[in-house]
Design a protein around this ligand. Structure first.
Ligand SMILES: Cc1cc2nc3c(=O)[nH]c(=O)nc-3n(C[C@H](O)[C@H](O)[C@H](O)COP(=O)(O)OP(=O)(O)OC[C@H]3O[C@@H](n4cnc5c(N)ncnc54)[C@H](O)[C@@H]3O)c2cc1C
Ligand code: SF4
Ligand code: SF4
Length: 1005
């Protein structure tokens, strides 16, 4: 790590720290987190700078110039071609530089800083009835600066064009420090006019070459936009045909200037949309039909092929949506579907267009009855989500062979689309792989990624096949007069094809532009000009010879330890993948860096990133840190070292990523593994022991509650607790009490095991530590509700009559062996009942769901699966029983509004809807779900002094404001930590759903 020290102590880091307000990140882990984007490449940057103000950017550019250090501007880092990887100072604008600077409603323009994310901008514009219509699939994480950098294109580009068609002006710094305004050439200042004259001169010199070699399709994003002075795009760059110098910077990939602000042309939000889903029996027919369908004037025509249909159907979340769009042809599922959207303000006119589509398919294209018509918004939206998730669905393939992006956005004229796709499919097959096709049929840009294993060397290795396929694909692109780079830019994987596409003369003109604007070659070197070979293995994230450390994991990661067949995509037996870490490394490597965990929408993932906006605290940053540690790139024993510890410190284990990450990266479980490894190396703190052993001493504490609760009552003890144990003095710890569930059990007519086994409506309650000892009213309420509905209720106990425990507190502390011991006790008690098919019902989501999640990774065999198969949350059980007509208690009418906060683990296991369903059984109840991420308490996380502030910030993101905004509502929350957080942050009680139901029993028992 000498290099590390040199950089940390070097003049660049020192000057940035001294002369700016931004963060200068020069340690190996921070640089490693910025060494990759969504491409196959990895290059360690010299350092990372996160500017706080635009002045910081200007200063950083000056410092870099003084020190002759190259610069690499970066937004969300979601580029697919390696644009944001480089041995440079990476400047990340996404944390602070994301303001709307100006807005002109009449002119329909907005001026923004480069770090603003598209979804955030569109949310800001929505109340004005406007939007920025370049709707990239990565809209939740792509920044406008990055979209300009790549000349990005959305699904609706046939209606709105690419970025270049929608940018009205750019203010940008050149590497020499000058801040220039790029806009319409008629209004340029002197310096900018000089640039415009220079570029015009080049365009005039190259006029014949441009005419001869420039692809005439709209989807051409390779090279620089020299054609602004000799337009070649199917769609004019400006509405009036004038020239805008800002367009020179669009698609320049940060190689010419650093964008300070952007002026964007907006569109009116269409008031209505209708969708026709055309089902094709053969893929070729779908490709052939696109050229006819576009003549009907759709705003989008998007392809989903059979593999993608099957993958979507395999995902329970997507299955109903995709099924609703399919029509069986001759009893078989379609080979491909086209999503044809019409949008505008007049719904009747759109419906006429939809009719015209139906007629076209029936009359001219001989496919009558092939269109599923969707005129309502909800099913359309759901289907677009499936389409947007396309690539990610594909990337969830386990094993070292991955779908690789390098020819995935070649654009060909529509009349050749069918021939082109057929020919390329043959190329794949010749090279022992295959591709899944999807995306923008309307503009001839179909995404396809052959499955390649970049770790394999030699003639059959990933690099060799990539080269061979690229050569043959490029020949096809040339044959059909298409564009080799049609959406995702050039970066490292397509830079070498620029000269091939445009010829040596235009390539020289590109070089002259670079020389004119960046003579010192400081801006993102190696992109567009002087690019490396795309198959230079030294630049690969997973190069041949890539190795991981030897590790015996505490948990079972074998389902990830597999290899796959590039043609059938079948995976080998669990555990056969050759992973030296038992599958942990391969699970981590499922992160493809798409950056979706940087989103801010209603989903759960990722609460800590939402608070800090630091790459380190996004799931991606964590996965990258783990990957670097597991592959020895952060030095010896890095897995248990500080860099990994810091990256995981704010992970609240909410499982938002397990649910929301398109490839299912489960950082919560990975953190448990790291905690277990760390504990082996570093032991445990007193605080960790205190929290972990709570289930062991809870019974004793309930006998001496005055003693155990003393800390809450005596301010000095609170302060000492903070100093010695790290428990936040501001927090009241959960209170122990004498009247526990277990003491009340004698009075509750609970069934014995024998009675249970003989009962007609048996149910086993798994009473966790929290509901058994600390909040017993929930468990008592659950018994009352179940008994009122005629169930025979048994509370499970261990052999010696002791309370059972799922082991979660031990897991969180890294005490994997102790957790497994607890899990075995639990299994011993529950297995005979589970085998009899009796439901095992729990109240605390994090405890009950441990049975369905972590316990399956503890090496406990099939018994764990048998128990998991019967384990249900209280609300899941009741919702199921109500649907079957077995749960029909007499309930009083609701007297209050109800606001529901879902526990993160409930969300991860799709168990929030059952809460709402069960509450709706109460006459007149209309429960509303709070759109919230994690409450921030997350077990012991929020009780820890060092996390208290972050914990409260997480709660303030949406949960606490929603609670405060409904002062009369009853708050329903099933998680014990959630209830505590709501009480601490909003001063309001929150109730478990069991208590709400019990309170509404018409005849209390
Ligand atoms: C799953 C997936 C789906 C995708 N779908 C689409 C799609 O539908 N359409 C599409 O076009 N692309 C798509 N992409 C590619 C990518 O998401 C887009 O190109 C996106 O616009 C990049 O935004 P970003 O903020 O991540 O930019 P980054 O990757 O951070 O940067 C992109 C380029 O812009 C430059 N840049 C960034 N900020 C500045 C600045 N301030 N000044 C100068 N240069 C700057 C960078 O140097 C880099 O060259 C997809 C990628 C993935 C992984
Ligand atoms: S963790 Fe998941 S969502 Fe985040 S970048 Fe990786 S794959 Fe994408
Ligand atoms: S478990 Fe939650 S906090 Fe941790 S990385 Fe996943 S989403 Fe983020």
């Amino acid at each position: 790590m000498n290099d590390d020290f040199r950089l940390i102590d070097g003049p660049l880091a020192r000057r940035l720290a001294q002369e700016t307000q931004g963060e200068a990140l020069f340690d190996a882990a921070s640089r490693g987190r910025y060494a990759t984007d969504a491409s196959i490449y990895q290059i360690m940057p010299l350092g990372v700078f996160v500017p706080k103000t635009e002045r910081d950017v200007a200063t950083a550019i000056d410092i870099a110039r003084d020190l002759r250090v190259p610069l690499l501007p970066r937004g969300g880092g979601s580029s697919q071609c390696g644009q944001t990887t480089g041995a440079a100072l990476v400047i990340d604008t996404s944390k602070h530089l994301r303001k709307v600077l100006g807005f002109d409603q009449d002119a329909m323009t907005v001026e923004v800083e480069p770090g603003i994310v598209l979804d955030a901008l569109n949310a800001w514009l929505k109340p004005h009835g406007l939007w920025f219509p370049v709707d990239v699939s990565t809209s939740a994480q792509a920044t406008l600066g990055g979209m300009v950098g790549n000349n990005s294109c959305g699904s609706r580009s046939i209606a709105y064009g690419n970025m270049v068609h929608n940018v009205a002006g750019i203010d940008a710094w050149l590497a020499d420090g000058r801040l220039l305004s790029f806009g319409p050439v008629a209004g340029l200042g002197a310096a900018e006019r000089g640039i415009a004259d220079f570029v015009r001169g080049l365009a005039e010199q190259q006029r014949a070459e441009i005419e001869a070699r420039w692809p005439k399709v709209m989807r051409r994003v390779g090279g620089y936009n020299l054609d602004i002075f000799a337009p070649q795009s199917e769609r004019p760059y400006t509405a009036d045909g004038s020239v805008n110098l800002a367009h020179l910077l669009v698609g320049a990939e940060g190689t010419l200037a650093f964008t300070r602000s952007l002026k964007l042309q907006l569109g009116r939000l269409p008031r209505a949309k209708v969708l026709g889903v055309v089902n094709f029996p053969a893929f070729h027919a779908a490709m052939d039909a696109a050229q006819h369908i576009v003549k009907l004037g759709p705003s989008a025509v998007e392809l989903v092929d059979r593999t993608m249909i099957e993958l979507s159907r395999a995902n329970p979340a997507f299955r109903p949506t995709i099924d609703a769009a399919l029509i069986a042809v001759d009893g078989k599922a379609p080979d491909a579907i086209l999503l044809v959207e019409f949008s505008g303000d007049d719904k009747a006119a759109l419906l006429r267009q939809l009719r015209a589509l139906v007629e076209l398919m029936g009359d001219r294209l001989a496919l009558p009855g092939s269109v599923v018509e969707m005129s309502d918004e909800a099913p359309q939206k759901a289907l677009w989500e499936v389409r947007k998730a396309g690539l990610n669905i594909m990337m969830s393939l386990k094993g070292d062979g991955k779908p690789v992006s390098f020819i995935e956005d070649c654009a060909v004229p529509l009349e050749h689309l069918a021939e082109y796709t057929d020919a390329l499919t043959e190329v794949f097959s010749k090279h022992g792989t295959r591709g899944t096709w999807y995306a923008h049929a309307s503009v001839g840009t179909l995404h396809v990624r052959p499955i390649l294993d970049m770790r394999q060397s030699g003639p059959n290795g990933g690099a060799a096949k990539m080269r061979a396929i690229a050569d043959e694909a490029s020949a096809l692109v040339r044959k059909y007069k298409g564009a080799y780079s049609g959406e995702h830019g050039d970066g490292l994987c397509r830079g070498e094809w620029i000269a091939w596409q445009f010829g040596p003369h235009i390539d020289q003109a590109f070089r002259a532009i670079k020389q004119h604007l960046d003579p010192a070659q400081l801006m993102n070197p190696g992109k567009i000009i002087d690019p490396p070979k795309m198959d230079d293995a030294a630049l690969f994230r997973y190069a041949p010879g890539y190795k991981t450390i030897a590790l015996t994991p505490a948990f079972d990661w074998s389902p990830w330890n597999v290899q796959n067949d590039p043609v059938t995509e079948a995976t080998s037996e669990s555990g056969s993948g050759g992973d030296s870490t038992g599958g942990l490394a391969k699970a981590v490597e499922m992160c493809n860096n798409n950056g979706h965990c940087r989103k801010f929408d209603a989903g759960t993932m990722c609460p800590s990133y939402r608070v800090t906006r630091d790459e380190q605290h996004a799931t991606r940053g964590r996965a990258n840190t783990l990957r670097l540690a597991l592959s020895g790139q952060l030095g010896h024993d890095a897995l248990t070292g500080d860099a990994v510890h810091e990256a995981l410190a704010l992970c609240v284990g909410c499982k938002g990523c397990k649910r929301d990450c398109p490839t299912g990266v489960d950082m919560a479980r990975m953190k448990l593994e790291v905690q277990a490894q760390r504990r082996l190396r570093h032991g445990l703190s007193v605080k960790d022991r205190l929290i972990a052993h709570l289930p062991a001493y809870a019974a004793l504490a309930s006998r001496l509650p005055w003693l155990f609760n003393l800390r809450n009552q005596v301010p000095l003890l609170r302060r000492l607790g903070e100093r010695w144990l790290g428990l936040a003095a501001e927090r009241a710890l959960p209170c122990f009490r004498r009247d526990t569930f277990w003491r009340a059990a004698a009075t509750m007519k609970l069934a014995t095991r024998a009675e249970l086994l003989a009962a007609a409506k048996p149910v086993v309650l798994f009473i966790d530590t929290f509901n058994g000892h600390l909040e017993s009213e929930n468990a008592i309420a659950a018994v009352r509700v179940l008994q009122a509905a005629g169930y025979t209720v048994h509370a499970a106990q261990g052999e010696r009559g002791q309370a059972l425990c799922c082991g979660r507190t031990y897991l969180a502390a890294g005490m994997a062996d102790e957790a497994k011991a607890r899990a075995r006790q639990l299994l011993a008690a529950l297995l005979p009942l589970a085998r009899r098919g009796i439901a095992i019902v729990g109240l605390e989501p994090s405890c009950l769901l441990t049975l369905r999640d972590e316990m399956l990774a503890m090496g406990l065999g099939n018994d764990a699966h048998t128990v998991a198969g019967q384990a249900l949350l209280f609300e899941e059980f009741l919702a199921r029983e109500a649907k079957a007509g077995r749960f029909q208690p007499a309930l009083k009418a609701a007297g209050q509004k109800m606001l529901v906060h879902g526990h993160c683990h409930q969300k991860a296991f799709a168990a929030v809807q059952p809460v709402l369903e069960v509450l709706r059984l109460i006459p007149g109840a209309e429960p509303t779900l709070i759109e919230s991420s994690c409450c921030g308490m997350a077990g012991s996380f929020g009780y820890e002094a060092r996390h208290h502030a972050v914990s409260m910030q997480m709660a303030e993101l949406s949960l606490l404001p929603a609670v405060r905004a409904a002062p009369d509502a009853m708050i329903v929350a099933d998680g014990t930590s959630c209830r505590q957080q709501i009480a601490d942050g909003a001063g309001r009680p929150a109730l478990h759903v069991a208590r709400v139901l019990a309170d509404h029993l018409a005849e209390p028992i």
